[in-house]
Design a protein around this ligand. Structure first.
Ligand SMILES: NC(=O)c1ccc[n+]([C@@H]2O[C@H](COP(=O)([O-])OP(=O)(O)OC[C@H]3O[C@@H](n4cnc5c(N)ncnc54)[C@H](OP(=O)(O)O)[C@@H]3O)[C@@H](O)[C@H]2O)c1
Length: 295
């Protein structure tokens, strides 16, 4: 029987909120502390205090600087949050004997040979991927049980969270904005609720190490938007296909960086919907995609 106390770090984020609302009792902690315990990962004393007060059986580390271009522009901040922050959490977990699940990303790979398995060699192209990889290594070398869950392109809807790729595209097209979308970046979009359930199910297993969890469809960003247009009845004529090089973002992206998910299936047998079925469910929940605007 697993320890029921699960501390969620980064509980104000998209995944953190979704985990906290997934039906298991969780203790939410976030940087601002608004409505949660306050835990800024970069402040070791604060991390240690929360860990000693709560003494969780499991810690789910869903905090990150998720702006990939922001990490490129501010590498010191990215390093402080991802590397030093994870180090702080690991030190505290070691003291309380808590097990740690740390979220990571398909951006630890260079995208030349995806979809990737867990045992493939990482080679990050940008600061986000590099600092997340260092956080993975800290987690896996910890003196407590450590699990790294790599995922990709989270989507879904939470009214309190910033836009994700699906809500951004659907919201923009719903107000008839023209958008440019890359045709040469591939990944498996991941439904955030399915990921949350998988992570909570992991707390019931004795798995240790790295596991990939992502959606079962491997699509280019452009193909994702084609599905979004079809499901939300939006005008595909507003979408201009371009290459990543033409888009010219600050951080280089891995192009073919999907994730193989066989190990996740062996550990927890998750039931996954197709991207299209999941979008259709989102249409039923949300109705008008203009509701995505501002989120
Ligand atoms: N989103 C994706 O497409 C994607 C893809 C692959 C992997 N991932 C990984 O999945 C995890 C969850 O991502 P997400 O989309 O849920 O991210 P998110 O919505 O951007 O949330 C990130 C959370 O981290 C918190 N945070 C940042 N710095 C912190 C600090 N110093 N101390 C404590 N909390 C801090 C933020 O708090 P504030 O609210 O205070 O800013 C925010 O709540 C991350 O590890 C991310 O790298 C995400």
């Amino acid at each position: 029987m697993s320890d029921p106390r699960i501390l969620v770090v980064g509980a104000s984020g998209f995944l953190g909120r979704t985990i906290c609302e997934a039906g298991r009792e969780c203790i939410p902690a976030s940087r601002s502390g608004q409505g949660h315990l306050q835990m800024d990962l970069t402040d070791f004393n604060q991390v240690q205090r929360v860990m000693e007060e709560t003494r969780p059986g499991w810690v789910i580390h869903a905090a990150a600087m998720t702006s990939v271009d922001g990490c490129e522009r501010e590498p010191d901040v990215a390093r402080r949050i991802h590397v030093e922050g994870t180090q702080n959490l690991v030190r505290a977990c070691e003291k309380t004997g808590s097990s740690l699940i740390a979220l990571s990303t398909n951006y630890v790979f260079d995208g030349t040979a995806g979809p990737y398995g867990e045992d493939d060699t990482p080679h990050p192209l940008n600061v986000y991927g590099q600092t997340k990889l260092e956080a993975e290594q800290i987690t896996l070398q910890a003196g407590c049980l450590g699990i790294v869950v790599r995922t990709a392109v989270l989507y879904g809807y939470h009214p309190l969270c910033r836009p994700n790729f699906v809500t951004w595209a659907a919201g923009a097209l719903a107000q008839e904005d023209e958008i440019r979308v890359v045709t040469d970046e591939w990944a498996n979009p991941t439904q955030v609720n399915e990921l949350a359930v998988f992570i909570l199910d992991l707390c019931e297993t004795d798995f240790e190490g790295v596991v990939h969890f992502a959606g079962k469809d491997y699509l280019s960003r452009f193909e994702m938007v084609e599905h979004i247009c079809a499901c939300f009845h939006l005008d595909p004529g507003l979408v201009t296909p371009i290459t990543s090089a033409e888009l010219g973002q600050d951080a280089e992206r891995p192009l073919g960086a999907g994730l193989q998910i066989d190990r996740a299936h062996r550990i927890c047998q998750p039931s996954l919907q197709s991207f299209e079925a999941s979008l259709r469910q989102l249409v039923q929940t949300i109705g008008d995609p203009k509701r995505f605007l501002g989120h």
